[in-house]
Design a protein around this ligand. Structure first.
Ligand SMILES: *[C@@H]1O[C@H](CO)[C@@H](O)[C@H](O)[C@H]1NC(C)=O
Ligand SMILES: *[C@@H]1O[C@H](CO)[C@@H](O)[C@H](O)[C@H]1NC(C)=O
Ligand SMILES: *[C@@H]1O[C@H](CO)[C@@H](O)[C@H](O)[C@H]1NC(C)=O
Length: 736
């Protein structure tokens, strides 16, 4: 791959052949060269509205990959080239760390090196031939199970073997993969008990991690999201009401603008409070900033203490700000841990307003703080006052149980319904011990618990930033890994990166390889089995495009059982045209009606489809066609019964009395020209749709064009797009 090898070897001659140089020194030299460059070069694409732009290539070919790799290689500095050679030498001489780093570089593209699956596999194997290494085993398993989308031959038996090695060395991700595989029967036989075993052992380790973090638990800043949600889902906002996976707000000021407060008095602390929350909680694009949060909270506290007559709403804001100040001291964030001070601030906060969360934290200090502050009775009293917060309910229940009071479990149960993590874990533990929970319920609770720890068990944050920094092919590795681990959101995202349906008005089908399409289908299938109706619809659309209408029907059926309007509409269409099933106008109508009943926004499009269907059914009926027509029962209940009555009358006239010559001729004409009528009717409906939607199309098109132009703007630092001429790009936008 690297054409400069010879040249470098001669310049390295002294190093390689000299007797004093060993593999450790070679490795260290490489590291010192690499330490001078950042692991990743980060450039965001930002548009004029201060929004980050994420572009996703739609097409993929081997030539594209080769061109991309060549471009990346051409941009490597001489130091990086040298470092790579040194690592190779060191690895040849048996250095494990060098082999491991080369494996990573070739799998993830660290230090902006080009990736190469064959090489990654070789180096990880070299590591584990010398000593067992959990991560190297896991990555080897990952390479075999995905084949890196066409680079390597997929081998699930080997994948399972390596995942097992990794699990036995304590790798949490491998435990998740195995749990997920046994749960769903993916290249193993379905076995709930084994699945539970793997999930339980991962959950136990994460529980330990939870307990070892500061009081109140770790911050779990999730990046478990569906990429398609950045453009409001694959089918646009609101279709089928699939809940967005984007849970972390970019900016809390929108609360203020939308007028969350409607009292008569003007609060003075509201914007300060939201500013503080932005700093303390961060967002997808912005890390938490404890120092700023500390400054903001201190400022509010000082002002609040000086104020005499505060209005109610400001008291609440002040209480919350001082609560966060206490938390910063309790957890040692932006400042040295100081339990005494934390407790003092919490008490002060409750004097402004009695927040449930604050009593919960106070209880934790009395129970788990330094010995000098221990007071179990006070802890109990605090928890009792904290039962408006999920974790407060849990702690009160736990505290009661510790005192031998069995009603505690009821509290824990309530807390678990509010999705308190500790409550979910504990309840499952208690129920399993008493055999009070089925295997599948237990697994779904454990899976829920574990997946809240995505920052610990995945590289999803890294993947997200790789998207932002315009390296979607790197990001894919992280999303696919999490997809293997069973994250529904990652399955959806990986599928989105692997294959996208062409847009409504794009005539070009997406170009890709067989392996990538198959992988996308596999991930969409898994995602749709976890109730993602959007994935089920996309899957159906892909099968339609492949003209596999039976599988398409099955996919839509799955989504339809989850009340997907889109799926019902598509099922109606399949029935109407007899794709996958026998042509059946009655079934088609039922599905169109259901599509409408699940989503009133689809009114126009469904009505047009119904109109067209009725026309076809009518032609079918009067020509004595064999297709199951729209039945009378359905007609009577429908609003368009006028039309139905007319059909009825026509039929009656036709069937009664002696058939006269004229009618026979008419019938024959109808039969002969049936096809023409079908097309005629299509054209009318098409015209109608075009007319009605013209403005929508225009707006949509203009918008897309604008986005594409922004997305493809030549950028001085980023000429990545040069080799991608003629490629389709999907553009998603995130507000900063
Ligand atoms: C695997 O090997 C690398 C390189 O020696 C080391 O840094 C890493 O900690 C090892 N991982 C595990 C889980 O042992
Ligand atoms: C390479 O990047 C991946 C993804 O961020 C990371 O998990 C891994 O630790 C990096 N490898 C090294 C050797 O730094
Ligand atoms: C990866 O490396 C192998 C040699 O190990 C080479 O044959 C192959 O062409 C490389 N693949 C890419 C995509 O560069």
């Amino acid at each position: 791959m690297f054409g400069w090898k010879l040249l470098l070897l001669s310049s390295l001659g002294a190093l390689v052949t000299g007797d004093g140089i060993n593999h450790v020194e070679l490795y260290n030299q490489a590291l010192s060269l690499l330490s001078a460059v950042p692991q990743f070069v980060n450039q965001q694409n930002i548009n004029n509205d201060n929004q980050v732009i994420m572009s996703v290539p739609m097409d993929y070919t081997i030539e594209y990959q080769i061109a991309l790799n060549e471009e990346i290689t051409a941009n490597l500095s001489s130091d990086k080239l040298l470092a790579y050679e040194l690592l190779k030498e060191s690895s040849e001489l048996g250095n494990i760390e060098a082999s491991y780093l080369l494996g990573d570089i070739n799998l993830y593209g660290n230090y902006t090196y080009p990736k190469n699956g064959t090489e990654a596999l070789k180096y990880y194997k070299r590591v584990t031939e010398i000593e067992p290494n959990a991560t190297a085993y896991f990555n080897t398993g990952f390479i075999y199970s995905t084949g890196l989308f066409g680079e390597i031959e997929i081998d699930q038996a080997k994948a399972n073997l390596y995942y097992n090695f990794a699990f036995n060395q304590g790798d949490l991700r491998a435990g998740m993969v195995l749990g997920y595989r046994f749960l769903n029967g993916i290249s193993v036989k379905t076995d709930c008990e084994r699945s539970e075993f793997y999930y339980q052992s991962v959950a136990d380790r994460l529980r330990d991690f939870y307990d070892s973090s500061p009081l109140g638990g770790p911050h779990l800043d999730s990046y478990s999201l569906r990429l398609s949600d950045f453009k409001d889902g694959v089918y646009g906002k609101g279709v089928d009401g699939l809940k967005s996976s984007l849970t972390r707000r970019n900016n809390r000021y929108d609360y203020l603008l939308s007028g969350s407060y409607s009292g008569n008095e003007d609060p003075i602390f509201d914007s300060l409070y939201w500013m503080l929350i932005n700093e303390y909680e961060g967002s997808y694009l912005k890390k938490r900033n404890f120092t700023n949060a500390l400054n903001d909270a201190t400022y509010v506290r000082e002002h609040a203490l000086k104020l005499k007559n505060m209005i109610e709403i400001d008291k609440k804001y002040a209480a919350r700000c001082i609560y966060i100040l206490g938390k910063l001291y309790l957890r040692g964030e932006g400042v040295q841990t100081d339990y005494e001070k934390a407790l003092e601030y919490f008490k002060e906060s409750t004097e402004f307003y009695p927040l449930s969360e604050v009593y919960n934290e106070m209880g934790l200090i009395y129970e788990f703080g330094p010995d000098s502050m221990y007071d179990n009775e006070k802890a109990g009293k605090c928890y009792k006052k904290a039962t408006k917060s999920a974790n407060g309910i849990y702690n009160y229940g736990r505290w009661l149980m510790n005192k031998g009071n069995q009603t505690g479990i009821d509290y824990i149960e309530v807390a678990s319904t509010y999705r308190d993590l500790e409550a979910i874990y504990t309840l499952n533990e208690l129920n399993s011990a008493n055999d009070k929970v089925s295997c599948s319920n237990s697994v779904s609770m454990l899976k829920f618990f574990i997946e809240k720890f995505d920052p610990i068990v995945t590289s999803l944050e890294w993947s997200f930033f790789e998207m932002i920094y315009n390296r979607p092919d790197n990001a894919l590795v992280g999303y696919a890994m999490a997809a293997e681990q069973g994250f529904e959101s990652a399955q959806s995202s990986a599928a989105y990166l692997l294959y996208q349906l062409p847009d409504l008005f794009e005539e070009m089908p997406t170009i890709t390889t067989k392996e990538r399409l198959e992988m996308a289908i596999a991930y969409l299938t898994r995602s749709s089995l976890s109730s993602n109706i959007e994935s089920a619809c996309v899957l159906g659309d892909i099968y339609c495009e492949m003209q596999d209408y039976e599988k398409a029907s099955a996919a839509y059926d799955l989504a339809a059982t989850k009340r997907s309007s889109q799926a019902h509409f598509n099922l109606g269409w399949l029935h109407e045209h007899g794709f996958g099933n026998k042509m059946d106008f009655n079934m088609a109508k039922r599905h169109y009606d259901l599509a409408l009943s699940h989503n009133s926004k689809a009114y126009l499009i469904v009505k047009l489809a119904l109109l067209k269907l009725r026309f076809k059914s009518f032609i079918n009926d009067i020509t004595g066609g064999t297709v199951n027509g729209i039945s009378k029962d359905d007609e009577i209940s429908s609003k368009l019964s006028g039309w139905a009555a007319w059909v009825d009358i026509y039929k009656k006239v036709r069937n009664s009395g002696p058939v006269n010559q004229e009618q026979v001729i008419e019938n024959e004409e109808f039969e002969d020209s049936e096809v023409d009528f079908g097309e005629f009717d299509d054209i009318i409906v098409l015209c109608l749709i075009m007319l009605v939607l013209a403005s929508f199309i225009l707006v949509h098109y203009l918008n897309r064009r604008r986005l594409n132009q922004v997305g493809n703007q030549p950028n001085a630092d980023n000429n990545n797009n040069d080799n991608r001429g003629g490629f389709n790009f999907e553009v998603n936008i995130i507000a900063i």
